[in-house]
Ligand binder design. Sequence first.
Ligand code: NAD
Ligand code: IPM
Ligand code: MN
Length: 352
Amino acid sequence: MPSFKIAVIGGDGIGPEVIDQAVRVLEVATSKANASFTWNKLPWSAINYEKTGVMVPDDGWDLLKKHDAIFLGAVGHPSVSDHIPVHGLLLPMRRMFDQYVNLRPSYLYAGVDSPLRDKAPGSIDILFFRENTEGEYAPIGGRLYTGFPEEIAIQTNTFTRKGCERIIRAAFNAARNRPRKKVTSITKSNAQTFGMVLWDECFKRVASEFKDVNASSLLVDAAAMDLVRKPEHFDVIVASNLFGDILTDLAAIVTGTIGLASSGNINPDRTFPSMFEPVHGSAPDIAGKGMANPMAAVLSGALMLEHLGLKDAANNVNQAVAKVLKAGAPRTPDLGGKASTKEITDAILAAL
Ligand code: NAD
Ligand code: IPM
Ligand code: MN
């Protein structure tokens, strides 16, 4: 029986609420697939930092490396500066574990209304490849004359040929296996004339290796418009770290709710564990109310199953979620219903 060790970091706010429920679903899905998961729950969170002064313990990174994957809810709490969980855990993990592919599907499910008029189920089906280790998120820069009128802040975008080419190549490889075989690269190379011009050059070079895939480039402002004007047009999108972050929240709402947006932070070379988490954050506005949609976490769990080679189990979970959505009820408030996080999970389990 294949067995896997999963590190579970529920985090803050709705993070643990949705992750605990997603673990229930994954338990059933894996046991049906004759696989076994052991879950190693870690308390790392912003609120835990407030109590202990520690975000990740000294041996934390070595501990994580001993797992087959990491399942994360969300980190961030209103009483703690976001700098602590974001720069103490989330972004260092993506970089140190070389999780350079941030895979984020956006799909309009049957039974879910897009806020855009007349969109048929399945008509919006986008797979985002967000660069996840450099770009606008590189922690390079500094502050000078802090507190003085002459105060300076410098934040340096970092684009490397290796970094651009590998995320672009990953996007083309995925597009090759999708029916429409189309990749759109999104930059702002008319304004950001160093890093993003390098990106564009890398895109052209990698595209030339994939003659069977249709390649095009779009500036991010036009892309934001087209994601609303004609989202059906997009198949695979490859974008920089920051643009990928922004556009995946936009695509999430265009396909109904952020409560369905899943993601994998993937190290394709498998030199370190990959991390799976919903696109959404800790949602302090609804935390503790038991009303968060757990489906984004469940679907992120399905991405984890797929990454671990449990393709049938992943398909079963995806289909169970699709079935509950198609049925029209129960639904959490983000989808217009009144059901709780647990009631939705019970329905997914029944569908499984
Ligand atoms: P958010 O995603 O937490 O919330 C945005 C809006 O979406 C809120 O109205 C929230 O109620 C709603 N929402 C989010 N998830 C939902 C769900 N599953 N079901 C129903 N509604 C849902 O973004 P934010 O408010 O900008 O950030 C809150 C905190 O989370 C901040 O500290 C931020 O830094 C952090 N954050 C963490 C991660 C992560 O850990 N990966 C991701 C995004 C934001
Ligand atoms: C996400 C989040 C993070 C990001 C934040 C919390 C730094 O918004 O995972 O989408 O921007 O990557
Ligand atoms: Mn985000």
